[in-house]
Design a protein around this ligand. Structure first.
Ligand code: N01
Length: 543
């Protein structure tokens, strides 16, 4: 008898074809696609609403850094024709509205069990079934398990001494109160200057009496140049949507309008390069920079030309040269961390009510009842917003007690870094599929593009397995080893591993330093996945 049953928690039991963990963009598409094949499916979502990332990250300024016309499902042409995005880059609220519309339009909501956190999953090799357990003690048996748990879904507040003694309120970007926070008249501290910090800082500065930003590492940020949707652009896009989606599939990042580059940054004159960077800066967005030259992300000299262009911009925008110097990144190649997009970020430091504290030089030592104490002094605050990131890519899966066919724990298998085949399957964990996880290009792409590609591939596999009355699908350990070696080899040919980013787990003390995403590009990855399928699922055993 389980501990929960002993404590008298009611236990119910469910049997499914496919259990889906997570009710965000991936979980919802998995419901749609797999139900369409006749599988009995249900998604289990910890939140009280659907939407995943876009449900939780309600901090001021939260919006997508990929254009709305791209960052949307492509599986239904009617949907993409009907939906109107009000802005070039959608806000969190607009994306959540869209997700809710999709759930209603395709009748997905009834297949999501909300307020249900999966805490354990183990493979029963006698029955060839996954057995999942919820926090409330419910058990679910399912032939297959799709882990649509997200990559940035395990918020992490650093282990600061004294945090429980703080007399004000504190928040994390990824657990923001649904009702919002009114910072007016308050002394607010923001810790962290990644994408989340860079989005919230300009807006909090407008409301707060005083904002103190605690920065450990200066980050590169580019202007989003956001604005209302241009009706002409929307019309042109919609009249050509199918081709644009096809084009996106042939690129590195899964975004149309940015063809694979053919020219080296070093091969063009300084003037031409500058003109190009200036054009991209005015145009807004990050993909233009990331795809402007062949060697942008592989050659230090080429990369430095763009980094120096952005550094000059920072020095021009920020009036106080000391603050500008602190905000100027100098420890990683541009683009090797997620390139941030902002609206008025650097300008915010020209406001009289904003100060910047260098916590690299004087680290935070504790949170006190009154605020934040660094090695230099105490800063009195009424509220603290932690924009300190997530236990990315592996955190959500490691939090579930996942046990494979021989009882091995996934967290143990991944103790030295994640091991996957194609980023989708894990040897020893049959019938389990990870969506956009480590070893996949997901986080280095337009996420919804990769979600659709992964789930379509898994759906074809499950259909084929069902037709052939296959009960168990295993990734071969050798195929997994080769894939991990390939992922590392591709990453090592780029500048990505040079940065202390969440791509290498650097933001989580003690996490093994392993570069997790596949950076060969979505087009190459899709080709590899299609070849594997065409070769009767090479690297998998179907029994
Ligand atoms: O998190 P991050 P994020 N003391 O890990 C700092 C996606 N996203 O939530 O760099 C002081 O990037 C840390 O400092 P350092 C996007 O993919 C997308 O901002 O480790 N500081 C860093 O500055 C993004 O990349 C969108 O030295 C500490 C910050 O906290 C990903 O989510 C919007 C600290 C964490 O930055 C994660 O972004 C938002 C400490 N002890 C997020 N610990 C869009 O689509 C950590 N930091 C626009």
């Amino acid at each position: 008898m389980s501990g929960q049953a002993e404590r008298g928690v009611a236990q119910t039991s469910t049997t499914l074809d496919v259990a889906i963990v997570g009710g965000g963009l991936a979980g919802l598409y998995a419901i749609h696609r797999l139900r369409g094949l006749g599988f009995e499916v249900r998604a289990f979502e910890a939140g009280s609403g659907i939407g995943g990332t876009w449900f939780w990250n309600k901090y001021p300024g939260a919006r997508c850094d990929i254009e709305s016309l791209e960052y949307s499902y492509s599986f239904s042409d009617d949907l993409q024709q009907d939906w109107n995005w009000p802005e070039r880059y959608a806000t969190q609220g607009q994306i959540l509205d869209y997700i809710n519309h999709v759930a209603d339009r395709f009748d997905l909501r009834g297949h999501v069990q909300l307020n249900t956190r999966i805490v354990a999953a183990s493979f029963d090799k006698a029955a060839n079934q996954w057995r999942l357990t919820t926090e409330a003690g419910e058990t679910i048996a399912a032939r297959f398990c799709v882990m649509a748990t997200g990559n940035l879904s395990t918020p992490r507040v650093p282990d600061f001494k004294g945090i429980e003694s703080f007399e004000g309120r504190w928040y994390h970007s990824g657990m923001w109160p649904a009702e919002g926070v009114d910072f007016s008249g308050q002394r607010v501290g923001v810790v962290g200057t990644g994408s989340s910090g860079i989005q919230m800082i300009p807006l909090i500065a407008q409301d707060a009496e005083h904002l103190t930003v605690f920065q450990r590492t200066a980050n590169f940020s580019l202007p989003a140049q956001n604005g209302p949707m241009d009706p002409e652009r929307e019309r042109a896009f919609k009249s050509d949507y199918r081709r644009r989606r096809d084009e996106a599939r042939q690129t590195g990042f899964g975004v149309s309008g940015y063809p694979v580059p053919t020219q080296s940054a070093i091969a063009v004159s300084d003037e031409e390069r500058r003109r190009n960077y200036e054009r991209l800066w005015q145009q807004g967005g990050s993909i233009g920079f990331l795809t402007c030259y062949t060697d942008f992300l592989v050659n230090e000299d080429a990369n430095r030309t763009a980094a120096e262009f952005v550094r000059e911009k920072i020095r021009t925008i920020v009036k106080d040269p000391k603050i500008a110097a602190l905000l100027t990144p100098d420890d990683h190649p541009i683009g090797s961390k997620r390139l941030c997009l902002d609206t008025g970020y650097y300008e915010t430091y020209n406001r009289p009510n904003v100060s910047l504290v260098d916590v690299r030089a004087a680290p935070i030592v504790e949170i006190t009842p009154k605020g934040v104490r660094t090695t230099e002094r105490e800063y009195e605050l009424d509220a603290i917003a932690f924009a300190t990131g997530f236990d990315a890519m592996t955190g959500a899966l490691r939090e579930i007690d996942i046990r494979g066919a021989d009882g091995e724990r996934l967290a143990e298998k991944w103790a030295g870094g994640p091991l996957t085949y194609l980023g989708i399957m894990v040897a020893g964990f049959p019938n389990m599929f990870v969506v956009t996880g480590p070893g996949s290009p997901g986080v280095k792409s337009q996420m919804i593009h990769s979600i659709e590609q992964h789930i379509d591939w898994v759906a074809d596999l499950l259909k084929s397995a069902s037709d052939r009355q296959v009960r168990r699908i295993d990734a071969d350990p050798g195929a997994e080893e080769n894939w991990v070696a390939h992922v590392n080899e591709v990453a090592d040919g780029t500048l990505y591993p040079r940065a202390n980013s969440w791509y290498v787990g650097a933001n989580i003390p003690g996490k093994p330093r392993v570069f997790m995403p596949y950076v060969g590009g979505v087009s190459t990855y899709r080709r590899i996945c299609d070849d594997v399928a065409a070769d009767d699922y090479r690297g998998l055993s179907l029994t």
